[in-house]
Write a protein that binds this ligand. Structure first.
Ligand code: NCD
Ligand code: ZN
Ligand code: ZN
Length: 347
């Protein structure tokens, strides 16, 4: 029996598009389904200034396929040299929708990020004043802290003290992966949001490591044990306004994923919506997919919801999608959940 749902066209509140040949290869995958996306600024070199964000936005728009309707929502990469006045001007002009905090060394291209929070306080104070959200990669980088504990330790030692110091600062906890992240976001009040990725609703750390290492399941923050995956599923499917979709679709060419020191990132732009329909159906929450993918994000970012709609159909037969996207930078493997998925996005 076929089944179908329609929802307001979704947005992706955490996306990596990269640049150049990779941008050209992966942008159609997102623009096909999503109306808007928060574009991560961790290019090489990073997108630090308003002028750099404007130029990157132009490159994205120029790379869009003919007829595509997609709006990139730009972000700035916070550094200890970031100029608060430049941030405020980029926000006032409508160009920039958030600033991204990468603790230095936490993830892909984060070496130019923040070592000392004190150094960026003037920028954060300005952001609190003007209501510009701070998107946070929430992991400590301290060598002594176990990689599976880095998110929980970040919440206790960095995020909570910062939010107490600047209660007006609007914060998005990006790609939460733990029960602790879910609990903190739930208790956080209206200045706090949290994105959840597609893949963290599907895999736990066993999927990465049992039966041989699976480089295409390796991302940061790394997937945790099963109880955390279940907490994320409960949060995403709860309908609570605090939680919204940020795929963190993060393309790396296969040669750099299947490598002795493999890059972090799962590429989910192609099949996120069918995968989410599968997950929400499993949780008996298909009626809440629209809140997660299409309503809660715009509400947090104070943007209108999209005008268009998306139709998702569940077919008798398992649906397929390309195993890889062949970009001019090299092939990029599409996230494979490891089980059949019967849902597809229909025109
Ligand atoms: N999530 C990832 O594993 N990788 C992201 C960076 C990030 O979002 O931390 C990337 O840019 O490759
Ligand atoms: Zn991150
Ligand atoms: Zn990311």
């Amino acid at each position: 029996m076929t089944q179908e749902i329609t929802l307001i066209r979704p947005d992706d509140w955490h996306l990596h598009l990269r640049d150049g040949a990779m941008l050209h290869g992966v942008l159609p995958e997102t623009a096909r389904h999503f109306a808007r996306a928060i574009i991560m600024p961790n290019l090489v070199p990073p997108v630090v200034t308003g002028a750099q964000a404007a130029a990157y936005r132009d490159r994205i728009l120029a790379a869009l396929p003919e007829g595509a309707t997609f709006e990139p929502l730009m972000t700035l990469y916070l550094t200890e040299d970031t100029d608060a006045a430049d941030v405020a001007a980029a926000h006032a002009s409508g160009l920039v929708k958030a600033v991204k905090l990468y603790p230095a060394g936490a993830t892909t291209n984060s070496h130019g990020g923040v070592r000392n929070i004190e150094a960026v306080l003037p920028v954060l104070e300005k952001m609190a004043e003007i209501g510009l959200p701070l998107c946070v990669h929430g992991e400590v980088t301290t060598a002594e802290v176990d990689i599976f504990d880095r998110e929980a330790v970040f919440i206790d030692t960095v995020l909570d003290p910062l939010r107490r110091r600047l209660p007006g600062l609007r914060v998005v906890m990006e790609h939460i992966t733990t029960q602790e992240g879910v609990d903190y976001a739930r208790a956080g009040g209206e200045t706090l949001g949290a994105t959840i990725t597609t893949h963290h609703l599907i895999i736990n750390r066993n999927h990465i490591l049992v039966g041989g290492i699976k480089p295409h399941y390796y991302c940061l923050p790394v997937a945790k044990r099963e109880k955390h995956r279940l907490a994320l599923r409960a949060a995403a499917t709860s309908g609570a306004g605090r939680f919204f979709l940020g795929t963190d679709s993060a393309p790396h060419v296969d040669a750099l994923k299947e490598h002795a020191c493999g890059c972090a990132g799962c590429f989910t732009a192609t099949n996120t919506m069918p995968l989410l329909a599968h997950v929400f159906e499993e949780e008996g929450a298909l009626d809440r997919l629209e809140a997660f993918a299409s309503l809660n994000g715009p509400a947090f970012y104070r943007l209108p919801v999209n005008a268009g709609r998306m139709r998702l159909v569940k077919h008798e037969k398992p649906q397929t999608w390309p195993e890889k996207i062949f970009t001019e930078a090299g092939p990029v493997t599409v996230f494979n959940p490891g089980y059949p998925v019967h849902w597809a996005v229909e025109a």
